[in-house]
Design a protein around this ligand. Structure first.
Ligand SMILES: Nc1ncnc2c1ncn2[C@@H]1O[C@H](COP(=O)(O)OP(=O)(O)OP(=O)(O)O)[C@@H](O)[C@H]1O
Length: 258
């Protein structure tokens, strides 16, 4: 397993991991949601964050993005510690939370303009980024509808657009294909393929086929602890092999063959 690098407080240079979890733990009373989670994702890598329901994926992603304070440990994005260099880390990061976009009374148009402006975009740059996310996330048909009236799949697309609006170097995507129809799942796969040329991505999913299709690496968490970190091929070269290994690592037994 790969060791996490020490947290930088001064920002990245060549070779700096773009996403770094350094001994992250989250305790709720005596309950352990995450324990000593360490990994780093180098520039240009697409890493899948897998684990059963309740394993600690969202908790870890929230700590990585600075949305949740860890009980122990630290996180950095683009070499910037998310607690001490919040603004620089946020500038480098696009985050799709599991809960979808906030401000449900706004329209995608209003929300994404607001999000773009808050990220420092204006004028022609803001317009061209809005055009990009409308096209990439297929938002044209709902652009002026309140988010509260959108289906889960469309809410997910608005969340994805919000993560992409400022063209960040790092994307942390909590179940980016959750709630999407098969055409949109295909669209997200194409998008991740397109993004991988210039970005670093950590995404969570329950769909092992997506991991094969989109990712270079698997980080698997179970009961709050990392139990596997390696290349996708090390976990399995077919869906069945991956499923079997997933079961072995999370419940201690391989999947029954069909
Ligand atoms: N605020 C909280 N207080 C107490 N327990 C919490 C809190 N937030 C999360 N948990 C618990 O921490 C554990 C990890 O939750 P988390 O949402 O990180 O799991 P997950 O791997 O993202 O799951 P899923 O795949 O179902 O989305 C769960 O048992 C959850 O109930």
């Amino acid at each position: 397993m790969q060791e996490a690098d020490a947290t930088s407080e001064t920002g990245g240079d060549a070779g700096t991991p773009m996403i770094s979890a350094n001994g992250l733990s989250k305790f709720y009373g005596s309950f352990v949601a995450a324990r000593n989670v360490s990994f780093s994702v180098p520039q240009g890598q697409v890493a899948a964050f897998l684990g059963p329901n309740g394993a600690g994926k969202s908790t870890t992603m929230k700590m990585l993005t600075g949305f949740l304070a860890p009980s122990e440990g630290s996180a950095s994005i683009g070499g910037f510690d998310v607690a001490h260099h919040r603004i620089e880390a946020a500038r480098t990061l696009g985050y799709l939370p599991e809960s979808g976009p906030l401000y449900a009374e706004m329209t995608p148009n209003g929300l994404l303009r607001y999000a773009g402006t808050a990220r420092g975009l204006s004028g022609g740059t803001l317009s061209s980024r809005l055009d990009f996310v409308i096209e990439t996330c297929s938002l044209g048909s709902v652009w002026r509808k309140p988010i509260s009236k959108l289906s889960r799949g469309f809410c997910q697309r608005v969340g994805m657009a919000q993560a992409l609006i400022h063209d960040p170097e790092v994307l942390i995507l909590d179940e980016p294909t959750g709630g999407l129809d098969p055409n949109q799942v295909h669209g997200v796969r194409d998008l991740v393929h397109q993004l991988r040329e210039t970005k670093t991505v950590l995404l969570s999913t329950h769909i092992l086929r997506e991991v094969q299709a989109m990712c270079d690496r698997v980080i698997l968490i179970n009961k709050g602890e990392i139990v596997f970190d390696g290349a996708v091929a090390e976990m399995g070269t077919t869906d069945a092999e991956m499923e079997s290994r997933f079961r072995e690592l999370t419940v201690g037994e391989p999947a029954m063959s069909a």
